[in-house]
Design a protein around this ligand. Structure first.
Ligand SMILES: [Zn+2]
Ligand SMILES: [Zn+2]
Length: 52
């Protein structure tokens, strides 16, 4: 599994968060800790929603 923002592979459960796209709910957004901490943007591949 890879971080949606930076494409880094995530493994440990504590190292990332995942949640459905807030806009369409069709895709699972994965964010690693560093992207979460720095507020890096992510984009939904399904609907193009971009969020912090
Ligand atoms: Zn990341
Ligand atoms: Zn979406």
């Amino acid at each position: 599994m890879r971080c949606t923002s930076c494409n880094t592979e995530v493994k440990a459960k504590e190292n990332f968060v995942m949640f459905p796209c807030p806009n369409c709910g069709k895709t699972i957004i994965v964010r690693c800790n560093s992207c979460k901490a720095s507020g890096r943007k992510y984009a939904c591949s399904e609907c193009g929603f971009v969020g912090p």
